[in-house]
Design a protein around this ligand. Sequence first.
Ligand SMILES: Nc1ncnc2c1ncn2[C@@H]1O[C@H](COP(=O)(O)OP(=O)(O)OP(=O)(O)O)[C@@H](O)[C@H]1O
Length: 346
Amino acid sequence: MSSVRMNGVSKQFGDYKAVDRLELKVGEGEFFTFLGPSGCGKTTTLRMISGFAYPDEGTVYIGDENVTYTAPEKRDIGMVFQNYALFPHMNVFENVAYGLKMKKFKKAEIKDRVEKYLHMVELGGYESRKISELSGGQQQRIALARSLAMEPRILLLDEPLSNLDAKLRETMRVELKKIQKDLGITTIYVTHDQTEALTMSDKIAVFNKGVCQQISTPETLYDQPANEFVASFIGEANLFPVKKEPEGISVGGSTFLKTGAKRSGDFALIRPASISLSKLKLQDLNCFPGTITDKQFYGTHTAYTAAAEGLNWKINSFHQTEGHYQPGDSIFISIHPDDIDLVPGV
Ligand SMILES: Nc1ncnc2c1ncn2[C@@H]1O[C@H](COP(=O)(O)OP(=O)(O)OP(=O)(O)O)[C@@H](O)[C@H]1O
């Protein structure tokens, strides 16, 4: 088990800053996720940790060791990729044993480790299967077992579940997290999928255009996003530019909002689940007439959109009694002041 630190790390391709002055610390045994849209610098950052890319500036530490320019094979890191990268001409045993053989482990130790880690990914007994005889999910587990068998000090996972179907992804999320916790291995996970990040991580670093926007627990990212980008990327959000008025703030031109926000900012953030819908006006404060424009039923909740005060609102209704509006219905939307946060722009 080891920690990872990156101090002032930058990487440029031509004129483009793929990673810009990154500061982060991954604690021992932590499940740490790099989250962000395509091209934001997640993989480049991971490659600088693995040693497949070197930074232009800054330092990378694993534990107390400065590994900024250390070759990948000397870093004692395991990696699992989106495409599995298994050897198709070898069977399952040979795939999992490969790195151990290269490192000249004794035969008995290789056999023990292959058995142990195949059992851990629930594929004990599959040793002589061909790779082509395995499903995508099974192949991904073999790739994981192959990395774990080396007992590395850090595990890096680059979008490992993105080739799997939705149901399998969900199962693998739970299994992967369990294995990680059982082994206590420091893990860095790259994804653009916020559900994966929120459900699996101890901490998440949110990236945008090469810049790390915020590093926090999933709960803090959702409840106290550092800025408009994080607020829009984590969970669903209504984000409206605000105008500062003498007595408070207004959105959409002249709609006054009373907010309990403890900070100031350029955008009002209102989560769709915190808005109530009603046929009648329920309160004077933060209650506006509008019209339902769309309805999508998800089982657990109904997602509405409504036009009110010249703005489009997203509203998630979890109450069955509220779940009966149709597009075209006249409604009132109500928001408690404590559910209106203010966030800075990026
Ligand atoms: N070897 C390279 N040469 C030139 N540009 C590169 C190179 N590698 C990455 N880039 C650019 O750097 C930026 C960051 O790429 P990176 O692969 O780190 O993004 P990412 O967040 O992992 O994206 P994705 O989720 O699509 O994999 C992108 O604009 C990419 O085009």
